[in-house]
Design a protein around this ligand. Sequence first.
Ligand SMILES: C[S@@+](CC[C@H](N)C(=O)[O-])C[C@H]1O[C@@H](n2cnc3c(N)ncnc32)[C@H](O)[C@@H]1O
Length: 379
Amino acid sequence: MAGTAASEALGAQIRSEAAACGGVLPFVRFMELALYAPGLGYYERGRAVVGRGGDFYTSASVGPVFGELLAFRFARWQAEDDGPAGGASQIIEAGAHDGRLARDILAWLRIWRPALAGRIRYTLCEPSSVRRAWQAETLAGFSGQVDWISDIREARSGRGGIRGVVFANELLDAFAVHRLGWDAASGRWFEWGVEPVDEGFRWARVASGKSAVPEAAWPRLPGGLLDALPDGFTTEVCPAASAWWRDATDALDQGRLLTFDYGLRVEEFFLPQRAGGTLRGYQRHRSATDLLAGPGDQDLTSQVDFSALVAAGEQSGATTECFTSQRRWLTEAMAETLAPDAGFAAWDASRVRQFQTLTHPEHLGRAFSVLCQRKRVSQ
Ligand SMILES: C[S@@+](CC[C@H](N)C(=O)[O-])C[C@H]1O[C@@H](n2cnc3c(N)ncnc32)[C@H](O)[C@@H]1O
């Protein structure tokens, strides 16, 4: 395992947890530690992992236009739901990382919708004290109207439900997943785990009695499809993402839930071209070859199961307003900004360039999907 000192320390922690589980640690726990172990995990180490100098781009790192278009839409929704005078309104952002998207949204509202900006509360849902500190620094100019919760379930407790928007950009594709393999001989799924070897780690099956996958999360495929599935077919399930979306829906009294992620409908996970699963590692804008190398040194991510999110939200009383590409969602929002009295900044060369990056199919436009669900007071 050639890695950094932090990765060596994290490796030692993973080895000790693997030993405590009889030698093989379920991959979901490996991924959780690799990304989020306090002080050592990938997302704990430095704020600069996102953007040109980091490991990958997000829409927020392209420039302020993404946040400006979100703020423009949020303001329209708020006016439609509450009327122009409005009541108290809330925006909850989860997975804000260094807070730049929050800053872009609040800055736009302050300039273009000052009345709304004056009464809006912006809450960041952030379990990590390290990332909260980055966010507080970025949002120093908005300190009076920003607050934090650690868990989306806290959004409800003691405050009543949320009226407004709960949203995230690339939160759920950063959740730890269970990695599953298909054993054609026995006609059963098994869970992949991680086993320490020499200086590194290798893939190993988790014994069926020790699997950490909740019963309801195992794939349920029609018999014909299972018969055709090749031995070793690999996929991922992420019950934590559906649980998060359900909790977010439950916390909302009125308004929208919105997420931007790369992801698939459930049936798309089982196409022949995805026989190796959708889990990927990224370092310095390159796809990693060994997902288990240098834990904490590389990002690990996998496609979101949007069918599971749609079902989770609808079971909690939301209706699905749209499931579409980022390209389409942003293009529609952009078209609205062109109306004569829209109240949006001029589309100068820099804004146009950012918009093209966000929507071009070979950049971020096709890779990302948008799910928007809505809850009304009567629901
Ligand atoms: C891929 S980054 C996206 C960053 C940011 N939204 C952007 O657009 O640049 C995913 C972020 O989600 C955070 N995250 C992961 N699990 C979380 C959770 N349960 N609640 C809040 N944030 C979480 C990670 O720490 C990381 O900062």
